[in-house]
Every structure is written in C-alpha cells, then in structure tokens.
Design a protein around this ligand. Structure first.
Ligand code: UD1
Length: 377
C-alpha cells in the first residue's frame, strides 16, 4: 500500500509526524511525503521538521505565498503530475490550510482515495478561509479521521456516511505528549528571564485580527496594558509582522517581548509554563486544554467547541480594551488540565490500525479504476 502525505503549512507538521511514525511500524506500507512549500521560511517549516524528527520531504513543490486562488491553483498544478507519477493507493491530508484543500481536489479528480485527518471541525463561519477548506475537503474524502464528538455530528449532518468516519482522537496531542518532557528541558522561560506562570504568551495572525489597522492597533494596545502587570511574550507570525510594519505600528510593540516565530519545542515549553495564553490559533486551543493553561481565543467562534465545554478555552470577541481585565483575572485561575476522550497520545496508532485494516481493504482496484478513467477521458 503506497500512501502519499501532502503537507504545506506549520500546523500540518505536528499532525503528520506521529502518523508517519505509526505507519512505519506497519508491514507493507510505503510512505512518501510531499511538501507544497506553502510555508517556506525555516522558522515555519524546516525547524519543525527537525524538532519533530520528520524525514525530509520526498518532494517540495516550492509554491510559496499568494492569494488564495493563486496559492491553491499553483499547488494543484504542481501536485497533479506528482501524484500521477507516484501512483499512491491513498492520499493523506491533514488540517485545514490551502494545501489541504488543493491536495483533496487533485486526489479526488484523479480518483485516488483520500483520507482527511482532523475532519469534521466546523466554526460555521464561512468568512474564515479554513472553514471553506474544511467543508470541501471533507466532502471529497473517503476516510475521515475525527478528534471530537462535534466533528462526528457535523459530518453526519452533512450527509457523510458513518462508515467513512473514524473517531480516533487528536494527533496534535500525540506530538505534545511525545515532546513535552524534551521541551521542558530547554528552560526557555528561564533564558528569557521569565518566572513560570507569571507571564502571558500571545500569538495571533488571523486576517480578521491583523488585516485591519484599527483592530490590530487595538489588540496591541490591550496587550501593552496587560504588560504593565505581567510580561507579555509575543512570537510574531510573518503575516502579523508584515501588517505591523505596513500600518506603522512598530512603536506599539515596545512594551511587549516580541520574538521571531519560535520552533515547535520552544513554543511548547513556553505554553506549558505560561500563566495565560492569548491566541487566535486553532490547535493552541487544544494544546492549552491538555496542559491546563487558561486560554483566551480572540475569535467569535471556534471549530473546536470541546476546548470550551471541557477545557480551559474561552472565546473573546469584544472590544480589545475589555480584554485587559479578563486577562488579568484569568492569569490567576488555577490550572485545570483536561483530556477529552481519545486525546491520549495514541491517535496516530489508531489511524495506522484503521489504515492497515479497513483502508487497505477499500483500495484494491483503485489504480485500475484510475487507469480506466484516464483512458476514457
Ligand atoms: C496559514 C493558514 C492558516 C494557519 C497558518 C499557520 C491558509 C488559508 N491559512 O496562514 O490556517 O493557521 O498558516 O501559520 O492556509 N509568509 C512568510 N513566510 C512563510 C510563509 C508565509 O513570510 O514561510 C508570509 C507571507 O507574507 C504570506 C503571509 O505570511 O503572504 C501569509 O502566509 P499564508 O501561507 O498565505 O497564510 P498564513 O497566514 O501563514
């Protein structure tokens, strides 16, 4: 059985690493890794491959940045011949970035069975590009691996047959469990002069929060007010950095401890010892839930509702200046680690088990069907 994994952006790498590791234990599985090149800076890509002990990609499509259509289209054009050449029995795609969507469209049109890891999550907010990527990818997928009950419900409501849905848990937490101890040894907080639990860790980059000058300026000003009481550590995403410069907001950063995007292990270490995390990321909502660190998510909705109902996550979409009191109160909250069902560090093993049993049975004949389809077209 040949599997081609397609990844492209930072949050994909923590998900594919445990899956590839688990599938390496299986007999008769040949794995290839294709990187689309959506993220290309070392700090968003290569450093993560190193920290997560991922093999170098077999192929890097070198696509880079662009508008949504440009980026998705360029990935599709480069990926199609790569999949024709490598003839996988299954394509695996993870998460909800543009690379995920492009891989799904190409695999489906080449009649290659498609597996989507982290399927079914819905913010029900189509203003988010990721929501569009999630909905389309799931519709095209033959196997859908889910992380939480809301995802199973969403997929059933969208007409996905239950036997295509595999509730396996959360591979992001597999990586967290695998690397937490190693991250702690780095003592990153100490090297930055931070006291454990006495600092706020911030990361945000969603277009909604950073693509308008007024909103970005108001968030930075709220963070500056928080920094009067607690150090605010802010590894800045390139999109946010680009807009801070474009809107000439550099002076607003002075009270903050701004860092370049951190490596996987450094960020995990900083999260683990933070008193509070403020973010608009998807996966950080999950990681802080397991770590028990209070998390404020700067969004009106979340596609990961279990992090609110069971975990430490709280949504905030008010005026940024109201964030200050909420943050100062949250940082004193006691730690409350929580493990939603199947967030136990073994999700990738379950994916490998389903792959070698059920998916392997579905795939015979897929190549023949593809040959017939291409002969007919
Ligand atoms: C992408 C994902 C988002 C994810 C985020 C994690 C989509 C639609 N969005 O957003 O879901 O949360 O990755 O990081 O797929 N840039 C660099 N270096 C790079 C890559 C990008 O400087 O290696 C800059 C460029 O100015 C680029 C901008 O960041 O235009 C945005 O990059 P892009 O990949 O389009 O989206 P992200 O905001 O990173």
């Amino acid at each position: 059985m040949r599997i081609v994994h397609v990844v492209g952006a930072r949050p994909n790498f923590m998900k594919i690493a445990p899956i590839m590791r688990a599938l390496r234990q299986a007999d008769d599985v040949d794995q290839l890794l294709i990187h689309t090149g959506q993220h290309y800076d070392s700090s968003l890509s290569e450093d993560f491959f190193h920290d997560l002990e991922l093999p170098s990609p077999d192929l890097n499509l070198g696509i880079g940045s662009g508008s949504h259509a440009e980026q998705t289209g360029r990935i599709m054009i480069a990926l199609e011949p790569a999949l024709q050449r490598t003839e996988p029995d299954w394509v695996f795609t993870v998460g909800d970035v543009n690379s995920t969507l492009a891989a799904a469209l190409v695999a489906a049109k080449l009649h290659i069975p498609l597996a989507h890891v982290e399927a079914g999550l819905r913010s029900h907010d189509r203003a988010m590009p990721e929501e569009i990527n999630r909905v389309v990818t799931d519709q095209l997928s033959d196997a859908l691996f889910t992380t939480e009950p809301s995802a199973n419900e969403n997929l059933k409501n969208e007409g996905i047959e239950p036997d295509r849905i595999h509730y396996v848990g959360n591979v992001m937490i597999d990586s967290l469990d695998a690397y937490r101890a190693r991250a702690a040894e780095l003592d990153v907080d100490e090297s930055l002069g931070l006291e454990p639990v006495q600092y706020v860790l911030v990361t945000f980059h969603r277009p909604r929060n950073v693509d308008s000058r007024a909103r970005l300026a108001a968030i930075l000003s709220a963070l500056a007010a928080i920094a009067a009481d607690y150090p605010v550590v802010f590894p800045m995403h390139p999109r946010t950095a680009r807009n801070v410069k474009q809107y000439q907001l550099e002076a607003e950063l002075a009270p903050l401890n701004v860092l370049a995007p951190t490596r996987y292990l450094e960020f995990l270490a900083l999260m683990d010892r933070a008193g509070l995390v403020i973010t608009d990321s998807g996966n950080i909502q999950e990681e802080t839930t397991v770590l028990g660190v209070p998390c404020i998510t700067l969004r009106p909705n979340t596609e990961r509702p279990i992090t609110v109902s069971e975990g430490t996550n709280r949504l905030f979409d008010g005026e940024p200046h109201d964030l200050v009191d909420i943050a100062l109160e949250a940082i004193t909250a006691p730690r409350r680690p929580c493990r939603p069902h199947l967030w136990d560090g073994h999700a990738a093993e379950r994916i490998a088990q389903v792959t070698t049993s059920r998916l392997a049975r579905l795939q015979p004949g897929a190549r023949d069907r593809r040959r017939l389809a291409s002969a007919a077209s």
